[in-house]
Design a protein around this ligand. Structure first.
Ligand code: PLP
Length: 696
């Protein structure tokens, strides 16, 4: 059995076994309500009191307040509400309060969102002001000095969640003091807990929120520190729990669990030292350097928590890196967990002034102070496996020439696509409608597989092929002049089924013919199929490439099963066919639950399992495939090629699967649209069939 390696601890951590035991005890033996005055209540109250006392000692709370709540987002709300209510009162009393709500450019979104929300709701109308950070991600003290006199509130996190970069809190405090700033100061300590020494009451920090689930306690439990004498307004009113500061019957399981983590921290016998954690980070970084040539680290290790790595790899998107790591069962995240479903650039890395490719392609790898040797060693081995998978797929440079692909390849970018027709036997290929975004990918693919590009053609005139041709260098065949469509002057002349003759390029046993796409039109289409001597019979045309649906123009020279390969693909259809249009495809019919898979495969012994993840994911996979079966690897970029074959053969059931069920659903729908009645997608993908994690 393979195990997941969990390296996403900045998003959330596993729960410490002692914390689970404490929570179980709080729910089982000591289930009472700590506000009850009877014996059962008193037994529960001990848990609450001990956890608080431990937190007070550990964080240096002194005479300040320390209340339990649901987590940092609530703590941030409470701090912002408390500060803004006090500021409004002061202003109403005629005191100067400043005009700015200052927050660090790399704060968690909960901070600016709360500031904007309560500023609006309380009618304060102060100005939100983003405090810049330098290229290391550290707040600019000079910029703070400039605004501190006008600041009503200042919010600066202790350590950043995406990069682990540690703030210069002493420097910030000094600037606030030297400028005589009256600002209330919140420091988000979420990522600092257990990793940085905190002695809160010895600083002028007014508010410090914490979340238990970032350090081995469960989700839904947190704490807020408020300095003695600092204004406070309760966010939640009711039964008066937490000394009236936060009403609602306490989350006793959460408090007990957090208490167990705090006790372990205080004892100092459970977690690794900073030096040990730094050596773990160094080993992971060395593995990344060896496996992923050109990797750059986006966080300065000497200014960051030793538990966070943030990196980008030239030529690879964060999606591709996420996918290959996930296939190798190494859980990491793209930028921050909140934004990793969208491949948006990281605002944290943007604020540090990093170029777009780094901020949009960033991966965060984070572990916790419980990490152990075995997990780090296993992670290093998996990183090596990912590197090998990416090299074999030509996504990163390799000394060895990869095994050449054959047939049709579709590269897609946001609704548009480029196509490549590859003939492995002759190592020659043709590129159709290349997009500028694909130049680097096509170039490295061709070089890595040692292909010779016979032609770069487009369905539109003057479509800007020059950049690709230039990039291809000696891999481009410059023997002949080409027209505005890139069509070579030395193309041969062939016969089509409508009697017309057309120019064609020979590629192994296949012909690519160039035909007008409608009359009096500047658009062209390309037909691809097996040659029959000097002609391309309609029945042999497997693919037609065109910039728009062209049934009318191509009907007589192709056939009902010819796949139409679009140059735009907004709906992720991959390809359509001359006769495909069944509008009534019902997505639900194409879904197969993983619990029903075994029975389905027994009922259909001829069914094929098809993995539609990319080849590097297939190669990096360590988990057993669904139902312990072998699977055919057909990435979506090769779907058109395989679909053409499947549609021509007798229809056997096809069960597509991927990581989450998203890509496989697109594949199943594509096949159903094309008329294949037995195409299914495995619901929930591989993710729902994975074993439990080995966490760091
Ligand atoms: N602040 C920081 C720095 C964080 O990393 C997070 C969580 O990602 C939060 C605040 C919000 O914490 P929670 O979602 O537990 O309320």
């Amino acid at each position: 059995m393979t195990t997941e390696i969990y390296l996403d601890s900045n998003a959330t951590s596993i729960v410490l076994p002692a914390a689970i035991a404490a929570a179980t005890d709080a729910m089982g033996q000591r289930y009472g309500n700590p506000s009850s005055t009877h014996g059962t209540g008193l037994k529960a109250k001990v848990i609450l009191d001990e956890a608080r006392a431990c937190a007070v000692r550990l964080l240096g709370v002194g005479n300040g307040r320390l209340m339990f709540n649901s987590g940092a987002t609530e703590g941030i709300q409470t701090a912002v509400l408390s500060a803004l209510v006090a500021l409004r009162e002061r202003r109403d009393a005629g005191e100067p309060i400043g005009t700015l709500l200052v927050y660090g450019a790399t704060e968690h979104k909960a901070v600016p969102e709360s500031l904007a929300h309560w500023n609006r709701l309380l009618g304060l109308n102060l100005t939100l002001h983003k405090l810049p950070v330098d290229h290391n991600g550290v707040h600019s003290l000079k910029a703070l000095r400039d605004v501190a006199p006008q600041a009503a509130m200042v919010c600066t996190m202790a350590a950043n969640n995406e990069t682990g970069v540690i703030s210069d809190l002493a420097g910030i405090e000094a600037v606030l003091a030297e400028t005589g700033s009256q600002a209330l100061w919140m420091v988000d300590c979420v990522q600092a807990l257990g990793k940085l020494k905190l002695d809160l009451s010895s600083t002028r920090i007014d508010y410090a929120p914490f979340s238990g689930h970032k350090l081995y306690a469960p989700k839904g439990i947190g704490m807020l520190y408020v300095r003695a004498g600092t204004p406070f307004t309760a966010l939640i009113m009711g039964g008066g729990q937490e000394a009236g500061q936060r009403s609602g019957t306490e989350n006793m399981a959460g408090i007990a669990a957090l208490g167990a983590v705090l006790a372990a921290l205080e004892r100092g016998d459970t977690f690794r030292t900073a030096a040990e954690l730094s050596s773990f980070r160094a080993r992971l970084a060395d593995s990344l350097r060896a496996a992923l040539p050109g990797v750059v680290f986006n966080n300065p290790f000497d200014k960051a928590l030793p538990t966070t790595l943030n990196f980008s790899v030239p030529g690879l998107s964060s999606r591709e890196l996420m996918d290959v790591f996930d296939a190798a069962e190494v859980r990491v995240s793209a930028g921050s967990a909140c934004s990793s479903s969208k491949a948006a650039p990281s605002y944290v890395l943007d604020a540090m002034g990093l170029p777009l490719w780094r901020s949009a392609g960033a991966i965060r790898m984070s572990f916790g102070p419980l990490a152990d040797e075995a997990t780090i060693a296993a992670a290093c081995a998996r990183i090596e496996r990912c590197g090998a998978a990416l090299r074999a797929s030509c996504l990163i440079p390799s000394d060895r020439t990869a095994v050449p692909h054959d047939g049709l390849l579709q590269l897609g970018v946001e609704g548009a696509c480029s196509w490549m027709v590859l003939d492995a036997a002759s190592r020659s290929c043709i590129v159709i409608d290349p997009l500028p975004e694909h130049t680097a990918r096509i170039e490295s693919y061709v070089r890595c597989q040692n292909y010779q590009v016979q032609a770069v053609v487009s369905t539109l005139p003057n479509a800007g092929r020059a950049v690709l041709v230039e990039a291809l260098g000696r891999h481009f065949n410059r023997a002949a002049d080409a027209d505005a469509y890139g069509w070579p002057a030395n193309a041969i002349s062939i016969q089509l089924d409508n009697g017309a003759s057309a120019g064609a390029i020979r590629l192994g046993a296949q012909l690519l013919a160039c035909v007008p796409c409608g009359t009096g039109d500047e658009l062209r289409a390309f037909l691809l199929g097996e040659a029959d001597g000097g002609s391309l019979p309609a029945a042999a045309v497997r693919f037609a490439f065109s910039a728009r649906p062209a049934q009318q123009a191509l009907g007589a020279i192709s056939n009902g099963q010819t796949l139409l390969c679009p140059t735009r693909d907004e709906q992720n259809q991959f390809c359509t066919s001359m006769m495909s249009a069944p509008a009534a495809i019902v997505a639900a019919d194409a879904q197969l639950d993983s619990t029903a898979l075994d029975a389905f495969l027994q009922a259909h012994p001829d069914a094929r399992l098809v993995d539609v993840r990319e080849p590097y994911e297939f190669a990096a996979t360590v988990a057993p495939l669904p139902a312990g079966r072998m699977a055919l690897s057909v990435p979506l970029s090769r779907l058109a090629e395989y679909a053409s074959e499947w549609l021509r053969a007798e229809q056997t059931p096809l069960v597509f699967f991927c990581r989450s069920g998203n890509r496989s659903m697109k594949a199943a729908l594509c096949l159903r649209r094309l008329g294949h009645q037995h195409a299914y997608s495995l619901n929930g993908g591989l993710a729902l069939a994975s074993p439990l994690p080995l966490a760091a």
